[in-house]
Design a protein around this ligand. Structure first.
Ligand SMILES: N[C@@H](CCC(=O)N[C@@H](CS)C(=O)NCC(=O)O)C(=O)O
Length: 211
């Protein structure tokens, strides 16, 4: 059984967006059994660093396998279920390229963009770069529901999660197809379950801290 590791607690701001949600979502979609365990948010011990060298989360254990980086974990989980990635080499390659595109062409722009974004306080210097990515993403999606040719896949879990903050901050407002795409992904019961479970996990962390 896969163990997903996350923090025992985080401040309110990131709740619902902490990257263990990607892994929970994939495991729910695939119907695979898993448990969630915690490392302390305050103080990153040597056990944590040994499994995630940057002292971040998420990471997973599965028997002898320990893996960090949400993208690597998603691809690992996807190989366990046809629901998340087709079994043929061509289909697998297509899903892989879109998952890496989400991380390395979209998130690598969107994270620094939201990090320096001050809503209502003038132009974000990374706004043009982000918009150029969304232009191309919108065109690439075309009239399809999902990015990979095979249909919904683990690449959509990564892409839709990456687009959640830009959606919330209005950066997708001129891309109705991308808005519909993210909303379609987030309407899936597996996302809802992953989201609710993450909020419940950190609420339990609040209670543990209060006692
Ligand atoms: N590239 C990593 C990023 C992981 C990451 O940013 N994790 C955040 C939580 S969502 C974290 O641990 N932040 C605390 C820190 O960086 O110290 C991945 O995709 O797994």
């Amino acid at each position: 059984m896969i163990t997903v590791w996350t923090y025992d607690w985080v401040p309110n701001g990131p709740r619902g967006h902490v990257r263990d949600i990607r892994l929970r979502w994939a495991l729910e979609e695939a119907g695979l059994d898993y448990v969630v365990k915690s490392v302390p948010f305050d103080g990153r011990g040597p056990d944590h660093i040994a499994r995630q060298p940057f002292g971040q989360i998420p990471f997973i254990d599965d028997g002898e396998v320990t893996l960090f980086e949400s993208g690597a974990c998603l691809l690992y989980i996807a190989r366990k279920s046809e629901v998340l990635m087709p079994r043929d080499g061509k289909g697998e390659a297509d899903v892989t390229q879109w998952l890496i595109a989400a991380l390395n062409s979209v998130e690598m722009v969107s994270v620094p963009w939201w990090f320096i974004d001050k809503p209502g306080q003038g132009d974000n210097p990374l706004g043009g770069w982000l918009r150029s990515r969304f232009e191309r993403l919108d065109a690439a999606l075309g009239d399809r529901d999902w990015f990979a040719q095979s249909g919904f896949s683990v690449a959509d879990i990564m892409m839709a999660d990456t687009l959640r903050v830009p959606l919330k901050r209005g950066a997708l407002d001129t891309y109705p197809k991308l808005i519909a795409y993210v909303e379609r992904a987030l309407a899936r019961p597996a996302f809802k379950k992953a989201y609710d479970d993450q909020l419940a996990h950190f609420a339990a962390g609040d209670r543990a801290r209060a006692s």
